[in-house]
Design a protein around this ligand. Structure first.
Ligand SMILES: Nc1ncnc2c1ncn2[C@@H]1O[C@H](COP(=O)(O)OP(=O)(O)OP(=O)(O)O)[C@@H](O)[C@H]1O
Ligand SMILES: [Mg+2]
Length: 329
């Protein structure tokens, strides 16, 4: 009697819509010729092609949906046990190829939401009373830490507001890039170094050998931010989270850094761009969300229409202020 037991192979993820994503799974079959003996006579390794069978179109399957934040609440508990609600009932979606601009005043919860995507908030004090953050169908809030670490840097690139706070003061620039590359890519140190130097060139750093060998504090703010962009983009992440990437820079450098981000992120990646600068959103975003007091108060899939006629009174005041500043400058 021929008996086959399936096992060992990859377990394809089931997407939130309940479908099996298309793709392949490696299945290893142990073949028993005689069940009674229980002796494995051979292994049959094969590749199983899975076709998407859900009758209605599914955005995850189509390779469109990248990030879905569902009913997310983020809170912080201080040493006295008091709870500060940073974000409440946030729902956001990002598809591949989109740039979602999140705007809002200081303290409105933009960073709390965006940093939660890669679970980068210190926890405690941060905690999540409710919600899910589905990245490519997997909940980053509940996934095991090793899985999350494998995504950070490789699948989810982060460009922080404060590059000096994100670069290690103890390592030279090139070594930091090399370390990140080797964490995720199976390549020699020499190849990783070549890749790091190539990326320093891509982000517009001219004197590459000198800068590669420099310590972070020896670089200007603009140069540090370029290094952060290289760090965030060099592994070709599917999702880029840029939290106020230009706020600390002077106006001329801001424009250069934005141009770089636009040029270097992969066309089919998604970008979460957090800023309080509506000018940045109008240049970069394909859709936007306005946050106030921890809540998303307005969303638009058409930034041009939003700037012409924002709905919420708070959005109207934001647009009015931005126009006034533009005129003054
Ligand atoms: N590590 C933390 N511990 C305690 N509370 C925090 C922490 N980080 C943020 N908060 C609180 O969460 C709320 C939202 O802050 P968050 O940093 O998300 O706002 P933001 O919109 O990014 O502001 P900004 O534009 O100034 O960066 C604020 O009340 C803030 O004080
Ligand atoms: Mg912030």
């Amino acid at each position: 009697m021929l008996n086959q037991l399936w096992g060992g192979g990859a377990n394809p993820a089931i997407h939130p819509c309940g479908c099996l994503p298309a793709g392949t799974a490696n299945i290893v079959a142990n073949i028993y010729l005689n069940c009674n003996s229980g002796r494995i006579l051979g292994h049959l390794a094969c590749e199983l092609r899975i076709y998407h069978l859900t009758p209605t179109p599914c955005k995850w399957y189509n390779g469109g949906m990248l990030l879905k934040i569902e009913d997310l609440s983020v809170s912080f508990r201080n040493d006295d046990g008091e709870v500060n609600v940073a974000a409440e009932d946030v729902n956001l979606e990002l598809e591949r190829g989109e740039v979602l601009g999140i705007v809002g005043e200081s303290g409105s919860g933009k960073s709390s939401v965006s940093m939660s995507v890669a679970r980068l908030l210190p926890s405690p004090p941060a905690f999540y009373p409710k919600g899910r953050i589905l990245f490519d169908g997997e909940d980053t809030l509940t996934m095991p830490l090793p899985r999350l670490r494998s995504l950070r840097g490789k699948k989810i690139g982060v460009i922080f507001q404060d590059p000096m706070g994100s670069l290690s003061p103890l390592h030279r620039i090139c070594d930091q890039l090399v370390e990140t590359i080797l964490l995720h890519e199976d390549m020699s140190k020499a190849a990783a170094r070549d890749m790091a130097l190539e990326w320093l060139g891509k982000v517009g750093i001219r004197n590459i050998p000198v800068i590669a060998n420099a310590w972070p504090h020896e670089l200007s703010g603009g140069m540090q931010q370029r290094v952060m962009i290289a760090m965030g983009l060099m592994l070709g992440p599917d999702l880029v989270i840029a939290d106020e990437p230009t706020t600390a820079l002077d106006v001329t450098v801001q424009a250069q850094v934005l141009r770089l981000m636009k040029a270097l992120h992969r066309a089919n990646s998604g970008v979460l761009l957090i800023t309080h600068d509506l000018g940045v959103v109008s240049q970069m975003a394909t859709k936007l969300a306005v946050m106030k007091d921890g809540k998303v108060i307005e969303k638009s899939n058409d930034p041009a229409a939003f700037f012409t006629a924002p709905s919420h009174p708070y959005s109207q005041s934001l647009v009015r202020e931005a126009r006034k500043m533009e005129l003054e400058n």
